[in-house]
Write a protein that binds this ligand. Structure first.
Ligand SMILES: [Zn+2]
Length: 204
């Protein structure tokens, strides 16, 4: 949820008449109650610790780096080897990452997960994104968590299974489908159907 301009004004008014150190205290109190997106609206993205890591202003244990992404060891890991992968360009949510950068981001996530799996001799991995405060996101910068998992590690990423009526399942499926942008047919589709034709002709 974004703050309305009226809410931003209201917060500024609350801070205006305070002494500098009281102001800092009040600001911290207000920020602690806001979602990452709302926090960014108030204090800007230069406060983002992950952007500061990209800029080399906070020391990190780098796992992987290229011109688009950075992967570091989480300083408060769920398990040893817990890695955070993120785009270098600031985005508070995954859907704010430019579409053209998504394939690279997930390709690297998959490669790092394999490396983490092998290096930690794990039994499994989670590749996990929390999108928004309600989903458990606590950082202002979108992150892909890569967590090595062991059968008895007692990490909980579990939920109760709800029962949904058939008719409601139909409705929700239809409403989600409608929201997925339709991709235009690409050149490679034509190539595929052409080679398929050739294969058919070769069948004796
Ligand atoms: Zn950032």
């Amino acid at each position: 949820m974004a703050l309305t301009p009226e809410q931003v004004e209201e917060i500024k008014e609350q801070l205006m008449n305070l002494e500098p150190d009281e102001q800092q205290k009040k600001l911290r109190e207000i920020l602690s109650k806001l979602s990452p997106e709302e926090r960014e609206q108030l204090v800007g993205k230069q406060e983002c610790p992950f952007c500061l890591m990209v800029a080399g202003k906070i020391p990190v244990k780098t796992i992987y780096e290229d011109d688009k992404v950075l992967a570091i060891l989480d300083i408060n890991p769920a398990n040893k080897g817990h890695t955070l992968l993120f785009p270098k360009e600031h985005a508070s949510l995954l859907n704010q990452v430019p579409e053209k950068n998504i394939p690279h981001l997930f390709s690297i996530a998959n490669k790092i997960a394999t490396a983490v799996f092998e290096a930690t001799k794990a039994e499994g991995t989670n590749i996990f994104v929390a999108n928004g405060a309600a989903a458990g996101q606590t950082s202002p910068h979108t992150l892909i968590n890569i967590i090595p998992r062991f059968a008895k590690d007692k990490i909980s990423i579990a939920w109760e299974h709800k029962k949904i009526e058939e008719a409601e399942m139909e409705t929700i499926a239809a409403s989600i489908k409608k929201k997925i942008p339709q991709e235009k047919p690409k050149e490679e589709h034509k190539v595929k159907s052409f080679s398929h034709k050739v294969d058919e002709q070769r069948i004796p």
